[in-house]
Design a protein around this ligand. Structure first.
Ligand SMILES: Cc1ncc(COP(=O)(O)O)c(C=O)c1O
Length: 354
């Protein structure tokens, strides 16, 4: 039987919540959105969270809310899901690629310091695959007027030195895509401690309409809302966030036990908590291992993308850290339905390619 790469941990509770919304007759802009947003804010330890239609929408709105556009530079890792850089371009700014450390696969913070110019307005700081980026080192790498925005798309539940990722930056962006720990099918959220930025995000996600008072649009916005129907799916999972994370941490430990010495296994830095969005190992024989896993009926995938290899982001120089991560990273099946036998089957194939 095929071993799947991912399998959302949803069941009867989520189905009942969706049925309740259908029955209520209010499918969007209702109470389930508010309930979900409150739970997100609590999980990230921040005052405000606005639910939006995807992680990409969250990133886009974060930049727009900060007023970033034409003539501005936004630092992004050279190895990340392309949405991180796409939103900067679409906002009219210039995404400036910075290389990653091929071991952590997160931004190489020494290089961030070198990339800052007088036009740098923000860093889109990714906690890739749920591994917390060293936030203090990032803060030390840039001048205080550069906005630190978290791309915490895969880091809900992760903690940097005990503090929740998604609550570290001036704005935090989450994704609820089905490969994330909490899913709504598609969805995202923007978190912040700033009431002003929260209001700006809410305005921008709803056509630019002023949230209070007379109907007015001072500047155009988008429709990036997340309906009640989908928020209802997320809330029961957020209630179980600790349990979902413990299950994933248990799986990661079970993989670690089997794969240490076979491939390079992932871990958070000392004192941090990994969010385990995905279980991504590194191997010099990645392509052969990936082909063999697939041939054995095991769904596996590359980690993510080296942006300078994509037509939209060429000609920014060379990024050896991102190249190495792109060539070595291998995402293994990772979800709560995996059995010990499944893990053994994965291990058996990988052991051939050690
Ligand atoms: C690091 C990172 N940023 C942004 C996104 C975009 O999120 P979404 O798919 O919800 O738009 C993803 C999604 O995989 C991601 O991994």
């Amino acid at each position: 039987m095929t071993i799947r790469l991912a399998w959302p941990d949803v069941g009867a509770e989520e189905a009942a919540a969706v049925a309740e919304v259908l029955e209520s007759g209010q499918l969007t802009m209702g109470p389930k959105v508010v309930e979900f947003e409150e739970a997100i804010a609590r999980a990230c330890g921040v005052e405000h969270a606005a639910a939006v239609s995807s992680g990409t929408a969250a990133l886009h709105l974060a930049l727009l809310a900060l007023g970033i556009g034409e003539g501005d530079e936004v630092i992004v890792p050279a190895y990340t899901f392309p949405a991180t850089a796409n939103v900067a371009l679409l906002a009219g700014a210039r995404p400036v690629l910075v290389d990653v450390d091929p071991e952590t696969m997160n931004l190489d913070l020494g290089r961030v310091y070198d990339a800052v110019t007088s036009r740098t307005r923000a860093v889109l700081a990714v906690h890739l695959f749920g591994r917390p980026l060293d936030w203090e080192e990032l803060q030390n790498a840039v001048p205080p007027d550069v906005h630190l925005v978290e791309d915490a798309a895969g880091a809900l539940g992760a903690r940097w030195r005990g503090m929740p990722c998604g609550g570290l930056g001036v704005l935090g962006c989450l994704s609820f895509h089905p490969r994330k720990i909490v899913t709504t099918g598609e969805g995202g959220a923007v978190t912040t401690g700033s009431e002003e930025l929260d209001t700006a995000v809410r305005r921008l996600r709803h056509h630019g309409i002023e949230p209070q008072g007379e109907f007015e649009i001072a500047a155009p916005g988008l429709n990036y809302r997340l309906p009640d129907l989908l928020c209802a799916i997320g809330t029961p999972q957020l209630r179980r966030l600790g349990e979902l994370l413990a299950t994933r941490a248990g799986l990661a430990a079970a993989y670690e036990e089997r794969l240490a010495g076979v491939v390079e296994t992932p871990a958070a830095a000392e004192g941090d908590t990994h969010g385990w969005q995905a279980y991504v190992v590194r191997s010099d024989r990645r392509d052969a291992a990936l082909a063999a896993l697939r041939a054995a009926g095991i769904q596996a995938q590359i980690g993510t993308y080296a942006l300078h290899r994509l037509a939209a982001y060429r000609e920014q120089g060379s990024f050896p850290g991102a190249d190495r991560a792109f060539e070595q990273a291998l995402a293994l099946p990772f979800h709560s339905r995996l059995s010990e036998t499944d893990l053994d089957r994965v291990t058996e194939v990988l052991t051939v390619y050690r």
